[in-house]
Design a protein around this ligand. Structure first.
Ligand code: ADP
Length: 494
């Protein structure tokens, strides 16, 4: 019989405690699916105490000493349970008692973010070495936890209690790398050697926390098969493609799942009328409710397109801006929920003011409205420049809201073009990052929309698909097993 896997899942945000994007959804759902497969998983994240991340949990360890910043800093560990999964929180008010998670607002980062997460990483290790039994594996996520593999292989190399502990580093988004001045390394208790030496963490004159994760982890994964290929190319690799090609033997792509307990039109408490494949009547009521909520005329015949997104360059909303007139000419209503780049926020605000009967905009973060859009829209637009996995298109499928996406990363892996002759496929996609190609995909969607039986077939294909975490969690469990057993390079388990 296999030994039970003891895994720490270290991450910078986790639903329902702290969320800025899909990363938090992963942390809220994957550990639960792993627990169902008998993996002993403990999630750990910072104990933020801002607006959207109330202080939670009970204190289970008042004093974890963390050697840091030329002295010793003290962290406390808090614990809570969510749907049967234990969540732990590193409490350090100096670093985490702030208004927002990564910055005071979505457009601004805290200047000491790298230090905050280096501290978090080291605190996780200090906590982990006191656990009994010590973890077999620490599953690290994105640059904020890239320091964990680095610390383990350097400052904690001789730590007797962590000799068996392996690391998996998952890249959720290679566009954010945690770059910093190498002069900070000593402050974090790391030798400048890790910067200087060949195979170190130097990145064009700066040090990179993302690179630390990639270089020092036992294995690397990312969140879709397509993205695993893409990040090995100069176009998508953000300067790390060469390194990833060299480490391709250790790199795997596992598609994110979604949490159908949160995102299911049959049980969603935020929508006015539940609906399902068997009885779709509620969807029209949801459409009417969405139009009302957004202050738009209740014209149920006009197709409604929704988007929910961080408004950052990655997500492709400059393309929507470019296609704006075309969208209006196509006769659709467009509803956007998002926040981020100021110039995009301004554009959408102005566009809404100019066409209040066709454009609905909510600038900000609003979970309930996100559910209403998934249920009430007819189509969902994600024109991403790149998209490691993407969750909203997968939620949309379940809500019978047909995705129109750019064929990149997880969008390409999850959306199949609808073919009216075979009635197969679940959405519409375009390949080149061009506004006219976006509009052409929309035109194809509108042609099918005009033929209700065909449209219904496309919706049903999406609603029937199963992207629950169970399958992906099983793949992670297998990967964990291989990583835990691996003595030499990953891919050559002994
Ligand atoms: P990313 O992680 O890059 O932001 P994903 O599509 O993987 O993109 O996940 C986005 C998640 O964040 C989804 O759960 C989506 O509903 C949510 N989200 C993004 N922006 C908002 C917003 N303004 N209000 C509510 N939820 C949002």
């Amino acid at each position: 019989m296999r030994e039970r896997q003891h895994v720490i899942f270290a991450i910078s945000e986790a639903a329902p405690y702290a969320k800025t994007g899909g990363l938090a959804d992963v942390a809220g759902a994957l550990p639960r699916a792993l627990a169902k497969l008998d993996v002993e998983v403990k999630v750990i994240l910072p104990r933020y105490r801002g607006e959207r991340a109330g202080a939670v949990g009970r204190c289970v360890d008042e004093r974890v000493d963390v050697p840091f910043a030329f002295g010793t800093k003290v962290a406390a560990i808090y614990a809570d349970e969510y749907k049967g999964v234990p969540f732990y929180f590193v409490d350090a008010p100096e670093y985490f008692e702030r208004p927002g998670i990564y910055g005071p607002n979505p457009n601004e980062e805290y200047p000491d973010n790298v230090e905050r997460y280096a501290f978090f990483s080291r605190a996780v290790i200090e906590w982990a070495r006191r656990l009994d039994p010590p973890p077999h594996l620490i599953h690290c996520n994105d640059w904020q936890t890239g320091f964990i593999p680095l610390y383990l292989r350097t400052a904690y190399r001789e730590e007797p209690r962590l000799q068996r502990t392996k690391t998996l580093f998952t890249i959720h988004n290679i566009g954010y790398q945690g770059l910093f001045s190498p002069t900070l390394l000593e402050r974090f208790g790391l030798s400048p050697e890790v910067y200087r030496t060949e195979g170190g963490i130097e990145f064009y004159g700066q040090a990179s926390a993302m690179k630390a994760g990639i270089v020092f982890a036992t294995a690397i994964s990312t969140v879709s098969r397509k993205y695993a290929e893409e990040i090995q190319t100069p176009e998508y690799g953000y300067g790390l493609d060469g390194l990833l090609r060299a480490r391709a033997m250790r790199l795997v792509g596992i598609l994110n799942g979604v949490d159908y307990e949160e995102w299911n039109p049959a049980t969603d408490p935020f929508i006015v009328a539940p609906y399902s494949l068997e009885d779709m009547s509620g969807k029209r009521l949801c459409k009417a409710d969405l139009l009302r909520t957004m202050g738009l005329p209740e014209d149920l015949e006009r197709p409604v397109i929704g988007s929910i997104s961080r408004l950052v360059a990655q997500k492709g909303f400059d393309l929507v801006r470019e296609a704006a007139d075309g969208l209006l000419r196509a006769g659709v209503v467009y509803v956007l929920l998002g926040s981020g780049a100021r110039e995009l926020e301004e554009f959408f605000r102005d566009w809404q003011r100019a066409h209040p009967d066709r454009i609905g905009v909510y600038l900000g973060f609003h979970n309930e409205l996100a559910h209403k859009i998934e249920a009430g829209a007819d189509m969902f637009l994600m024109p991403s420049r790149y998209e490691p996995c993407g969750l909203n298109q997968i939620y949309s499928l379940k809500y019978g809201t047909v995705p129109i996406v750019r064929a990149t990363g997880g969008l390409d892996d999850t959306i199949e073009p609808f073919d009216p002759t075979t009635r197969s496929g679940n959405g519409f996609k375009f390949v080149e990052y061009r506004a006219d190609h976006l509009l052409a995909a929309l035109e194809r969607a509108l042609e099918i929309y005009a033929d209700p039986p065909l449209w219904r077939a496309c919706m049903e294909n999406g609603m029937r698909a199963d992207f629950s975490w169970d399958r992906s969690a099983a793949q992670y469990r297998e990967l964990y097993e291989r990583v835990i057993r691996c003595e030499g390079p990953f891919g050559e388990p002994t």
